[in-house]
Design a protein around this ligand. Structure first.
Ligand SMILES: Cc1ncc(COP(=O)(O)O)c(C=O)c1O
Length: 416
């Protein structure tokens, strides 16, 4: 019998998705008898607001039209609700016919936008560290990826002036994400967006701003929209998601707004691949945007308390960290003795020894090496217990000692 053909070269160049790899280690930790505390993936643990769940149930029960194929473009009600929310929240006016497109999650939308725009001769400008889909999604198109380092020294902001002219010339997509995953960095003013627009005008790349954490902000910080900056709509788009704002990660619903031409191209691409979001999910998402936003305020409060608990416990355990002003993530530099072995080895050992899952920084790109990401997606009691276990691990572990620590590996291959 002849062998099955191999998958495409582009696909085989990608390592398994970070969280898939970590799941295998979690399985092993469970087999060793640990009750896991999972602060690895940014998977909101709070239930979706009750009125949104009710809206889905009503729609699926009383409106059989929602059982039929939806359209890629999304319902007019949802598109109008998105435009209305954008105006109320950011003061940005959108044409709900041409400047708004609902998505089956922003992961889907981002990946398809990259396919709609990139070819092997093109370059995508992607931050490092980044949400892995920014990197892997662009790489899957066959395009080259040029990484823009985000470091503590540069305030986790990319420096466009460091991009070589030969790369800038070929750049077709420029990806940004603030509040940032995984670093938790926020923008204090619109200057980065202004520089991105100027770069785009000079070199021709479209700006893709990924903004799923705009509602998860603390104290008095209020996250901006890229589209608030003059000229933004001429040069790019912004992605938003219901996953984090309304704890709807499993519902798979998000949207992209901004430049009509880019949105039309993404809509055309998607029309060949998917039918859009189930009608009853769209009906519920419409209610989420059009009704009271009290849930968002409560959720912010909950995440902030968890953040404070985590920061205080880590500092007490001798691990100095800084509290982020947004997102559900704490980006922490590995304690010195563990840096040589690398973040994946640290997370693997911590899981196997103590049953605590964190995300290794290297999984977000080479510049993430030396860090781990805590996601505060469990209650305060569990967070405290996780840090107690971590404190024990730090005390007992002998980095570089007898236990074979695997060398730090770059899970995201660097091509350019
Ligand atoms: C920066 C960023 N963009 C997009 C996503 C995916 O969002 P969605 O659930 O809408 O696909 C995530 C999820 O963690 C994220 O961190």
């Amino acid at each position: 019998m002849s062998r099955l053909p191999a998958c495409s070269k582009t696909l085989s160049r990608l390592p398994p998705y970070l969280f898939v790899k970590l799941n295998a280690v979690k399985e092993e930790a469970r087999k060793r008898g640990h009750t896991l505390i999972d602060l690895g993936m940014g998977n909101p643990d709070r239930p979706t607001p009750v009125h949104v769940v009710d809206a889905l149930c009503d729609a699926v029960r009383s409106d059989p039209a929602t059982h039929r194929y939806p359209t890629t473009k999304g319902s007019q009600e949802l598109r109008k609700a998105i435009a209305g929310w954008y105006f109320r929240r950011f003061g940005v006016t959108l044409d709900s016919e041409t400047e708004v497109l609902p998505l089956v999650g922003s992961k889907e939308g981002l990946a398809h936008l990259f396919f709609a725009y990139l070819e092997p001769s093109d370059v995508a400008l992607v931050p490092s560290p980044c949400y892995p889909v920014h990197y892997n999604g662009t790489l899957l198109t066959g395009a080259k990826v040029h990484l823009m380092p985000l470091t503590e020294e540069n305030g986790f902001l990319p420096e466009f002036s460091a991009i070589p002219a030969s790369v800038a010339k070929k750049a077709k997509v420029l990806v940004l994400n603030y509040p940032n995953n995984p670093t938790g960095a926020v923008l204090k003013d619109p200057r980065l967006f202004e520089r991105a627009i100027a770069f785009s005008k000079k070199h021709g790349a479209i700006v893709v701003h990924d903004n799923p954490y705009s509602e998860i902000t603390f104290e008095r910080y209020c996250a901006p929209s890229f589209l608030q900056v003059p000229g933004a709509k001429e040069r790019g788009v912004e992605f938003h998601s219901f996953s984090k704002s309304y704890s709807m990660a499993g519902w798979r619903v998000a949207f992209v707004v901004g430049n009509a031409e880019i949105i039309a191209n993404l809509g055309k691409f998607k029309s060949f691949l998917d039918y859009g979001i189930p009608g009853f999910v769209q009906a519920a998402a419409t209610v989420a945007l059009n009704s009271s936003q009290d849930y968002v305020l409560q959720m912010r409060e909950i995440y902030m308390q968890r953040r404070d608990t985590l920061v205080a416990a880590l500092i007490k355990a001798g691990w100095p960290v800084e509290a982020p002003r947004a997102t559900m993530y704490l980006w922490a530099r590995l304690p010195e003795p563990f840096r040589k072995a690398g973040s994946f080895a640290f997370c693997e050992s911590l899981l196997l020894e103590e049953g605590v899952a964190l995300a290794p920084g290297v999984g977000f790109g080479p510049h993430g090496e030396g860090y781990v990401r805590f996601a505060f997606v469990d209650d305060e009691r569990k967070i405290e217990e996780a840090v107690e276990r971590i404190a024990r691990f730090l005390k007992n572990a002998r980095p570089g000692g007898k236990r074979p620590a695997r060398a730090g590996r770059t899970l995201l291959p660097t091509d350019l």
